[in-house]
Design a protein around this ligand. Structure first.
Ligand SMILES: [Zn+2]
Length: 241
């Protein structure tokens, strides 16, 4: 016997058509416990794997438990993301407030959704730059609309399954600590940020990122006309008017 087409499709769909180990697309459905050992053609025994993960781990009995755990984790994550997305794409319900005392009613009633996906080769600086440009162009093209940022992060995991330094920094410090006031809501893998205050629309023209801040780098930035300096690792922002 083999998996039915229905089971295969369901397993792929639950995986967002990605390998449950490395998250790359184009998968086949693998029997975690092989058919020869009585493994059933049931969803519970099905793991969507890409061809390289299948070749590397598929035949190794010692990896079965891990494959199952990673599959369950991945399916769970996809389900949560979908739930988040459908709940939050109903933007209108968040946007009924047409006036705001703190912002003198300048926020328009309709919201705008911004989306950015970080792939494996993209580091902190590139991601931060992309998100800043996205924010800037949203404010330039559709001024003062409520902004909702959706951030997806592919790979960028450490050995413990957590985020690597760059992507932790991006979410925890850059988005939560620095850019959050410029959005109404941010949806990122680490969690959801809801801006309790009115969204700010005075977006910094340019952002310069420094690993180390010293007087020399400050002077250099001022010379270049930079309006905001983001200091990585220090959870600190210096703004120059
Ligand atoms: Zn794979």
């Amino acid at each position: 016997m083999a998996f039915s087409e229905k089971t295969k499709l369901l397993a792929k769909h639950k995986s967002a058509f990605r390998c449950c180990l490395c998250h790359k697309p184009f998968v086949e459905i693998h029997h975690i416990t092989p058919q020869a050992e009585g493994g059933a053609d049931k969803l519970d025994n099905a793991a969507p794997l890409c061809s390289s993960c299948h070749d590397l781990y598929g035949g190794n009995p010692e990896k079965r438990k891990t494959i199952r755990q990673m599959r369950d984790y991945w399916w769970d994550l996809i389900e949560k993301r979908r739930k988040n997305l459908t709940e939050t794409l109903d933007i209108e319900k968040f946007c009924e407030v047409s006036t705001d005392k703190n912002w003198e009613g300048v926020l328009r009633s309709q919201g705008i959704v911004l989306y950015h996906a970080v792939f494996e080769e993209e580091g902190f600086e590139d991601s931060a730059g992309h998100i800043h440009r996205l924010l800037k162009s949203a404010q330039d093209n559709t001024p003062n609309q409520k902004r909702f940022l959706f951030l997806d992060i592919d790979s960028h995991r450490n050995e413990n399954g957590g985020f690597d330094h760059d992507m932790y920094e991006l979410q925890r410090h850059f988005l939560l600590g620095f850019l959050a006031p410029y959005f109404t809501e941010i949806y990122m893998p680490l969690g959801v940020i809801k801006n309790e205050k009115a969204q700010r629309n005075d977006i910094p023209e340019r952002i310069e990122i420094f690993e180390d801040l010293n007087q020399e780098s400050i002077n250099e930035a001022i010379d270049k006309g930079v309006s905001s300096i983001w200091v990585a690792d220090k959870d600190k922002l210096m703004t120059f008017e």
